[in-house]
Design a protein around this ligand. Sequence first.
Ligand code: ACO
Length: 331
Amino acid sequence: MQSVVQQTVQSGEWRSRLTGVGGALPKNVITNEELAERLETSDEWIRTRTGIAQRHIAGEGESAVSLATEAARQALEHANVSSADVDAIIVATSTPDQVFPSVAVRVQAALGIEQGFGFDVSAACSGFIYALSTADAMIRSRQVSRVLVIGVEVFSRLLDWEDRSTCVLFGDGAGAVLLEGGETQHEGILSTHLHADGRLGDLLYVDGAVGCASGKVALKMHGREVFRHAVVRLAAAVDEALEANGLKGSDVQWLVPHQANLRIIDGMAKRLALPPERVVVTVDRHANTSAASIPLALCEAVHDQRIKKGDLVLMEALGGGLTWGSALIRL
Ligand code: ACO
């Protein structure tokens, strides 16, 4: 299948600059040990296979909309931009609270935004890269100037909590970035690269939806097969991003990968010859928060000042679909 690649822009052109980041996690934390009390699993199995030690799980009063709103509010504060100046909200999620209205327009209302538009994007764990790419295209075509791009998931509400092969892997959360169009020499999104292969849809899926009479809805995954595809396809998406910008792995200052499995993340870091301290890892504390994992990781590393203005950041993700992609951005 052919990839859809946005053209790399030349310096001094109109680009999408990332000016604010925010994140939100549910209050409730569940450790591996707690899961092992009710499932046939162990902290040792989960840690050695995935790197996960704990996950945040949404409780009463917490929802996709409440988490996304909190993350978006933080991103606006960080950018020092008023909600009155936001043109669009794009939310990546596979777990909206309602079929419609979208999470995006619920967030719009919660933030008191009366202008612009909003919609949700569904691409499972690659959703944030898809939403970022969509927002970038809209900004560069001057359709909009300021876009909130949010990744949010409450996977805890679609997991089968008796299926140890999937429920130990995921967590809930939200991350948001504000993108602003502007004339820039070096900063901004350099390129995004999206892929999908629907023939691999049965490797990772949720077996139903509203309007489908299948009864209980739950996530199903052929973990080993997904793992195998992740290693190969993410490597290709990363090479593609570097090549499109005439860069080498050693030019990348930070890898902010989708947080599904520490072994996949370590493999990608090795491939880029990046030392561990240049790779942002949250999977140990957040588990796999799907579309939220990249913006949550980015948020953490920007706010603790590891990632600084001017740094070159590579993001990559693979998820249900299969969908996958990468993005290169200079902060
Ligand atoms: N505790 C203890 N044992 C377990 C557990 C558990 N929680 N889960 C499975 N097992 C058992 C299995 O039953 C199996 O036992 P058997 O050999 O007796 O049949 C054994 O452990 C090995 O199972 P595998 O699934 O083969 O384990 P593997 O080493 O492949 O690790 C894992 C599983 C962690 C899921 C891995 O395959 C993986 O990370 N895959 C990629 C997932 C991913 O990247 N997803 C990204 C996208 S997610 C999205 O888009 C929504």
